[in-house]
Design a protein around this ligand. Sequence first.
Ligand SMILES: Nc1ncnc2c1ncn2[C@@H]1O[C@H](COP(=O)(O)OP(=O)(O)OP(=O)(O)O)[C@@H](O)[C@H]1O
Ligand SMILES: [Mg+2]
Length: 366
Amino acid sequence: MDDSAENGTAVPATDDLQRSAVPSMRDDAFRRVVEYAPSAMVLIDHRGIIVLVNAQTELLFDYPRAALIGQSVDILVPERAREHHMAFREGFLAEPQPRPMGIGRDLFGRRADGSEFPVEIGLNPMDTHEGVMVLASIVDITERRRAQQVLEQALLEKTVLLNEVHHRVKNNLQVISSLLNLQASNVDDPHVKDILNESQNRVRAMALTHQLLYERKDFSRMDLGDYLDRLAQLLLGAYRSGAGRIDLRLIRPDKPVYLDLERAIPCGLLVSELVTNAFKHGFPDQRRGEILIELVTDETDGARLTVADNGVGLPEGFDLATVKSLGLQLVPLLVDQLHGTLELPTGCDTRFSIRFSMQPPARSSA
Ligand SMILES: Nc1ncnc2c1ncn2[C@@H]1O[C@H](COP(=O)(O)OP(=O)(O)OP(=O)(O)O)[C@@H](O)[C@H]1O
Ligand SMILES: [Mg+2]
């Protein structure tokens, strides 16, 4: 508190009034606050001379108070940073505003024995009777840095591990896929061959999710557009016999469409079943045509995934509810897992649409 403020009878001049709001160097209350502050506090004048330090400063920098008062603040700054520090100080005094020092730069303090430690510094201009001074509050962040490094290292290890897990799952699924392939090539019955080949496609669709996860290094979600793109290439490769005769076209939004991992596999399996059916049943007798996979999203995070073809169409009297074969029995189950609704094809039209929300469904507590 300023002397004039303590004088209860005299009305202070405007200038004095402003000053009275600012702690004076001679103010005991101000000195006490500084002395018992939990961080090191150093008050320097406009020349960079230390005017006042508190108990924490002695502890942190390992100097007795008397060795600091009257010294240049450079004594607390590593030699390599002194030049920059002086320029910074001049800049600060030209435009004195409370602010953290050296944002984005690593700051270090220097102890009496020359050793250094990382610090965080807050600067406050102080308007005193002796002119503008700077009160620096200095916190030793060695422990925080160490804890942060431990956390970062732990996170890195977990990420590497997760990557490895996805890589191995994908490799194991590929081994299963190769085994099915081997078995298919060892049987003569074309029906059994088909069954084995289709199982291979299902396993490959699952393996692809794990492959994309470790390729993209994002383990929480997957760009559905990317996934469908790769899946389409995979299925096209599996039905090389239709190459040139049957086109497989993917229409997807330009921007990424993220789907949570839990639903990525059922979604991939759905597309795999429906596209496989189109290749297998839609274009008999060297018929030509097109299979379309279309993903459309709206502003409310709703999505519609459609698989359609312009082949021969579904058999007369087709009813999804009574179908006995595995593929189309799987479809409603997979739609359920996707938390979606299936729009059934009308008549013989081979157009299966699934509506679902891109928002992850609320997890059940079970
Ligand atoms: N895109 C399509 N075009 C024409 N017919 C289709 C199409 N999709 C399905 N079908 C008809 O629906 C039937 C049932 O399909 P579903 O996928 O359940 O069995 P599948 O493909 O014969 O065998 P799997 O169980 O291995 O998938 C097929 O046998 C076929 O007759
Ligand atoms: Mg099928």
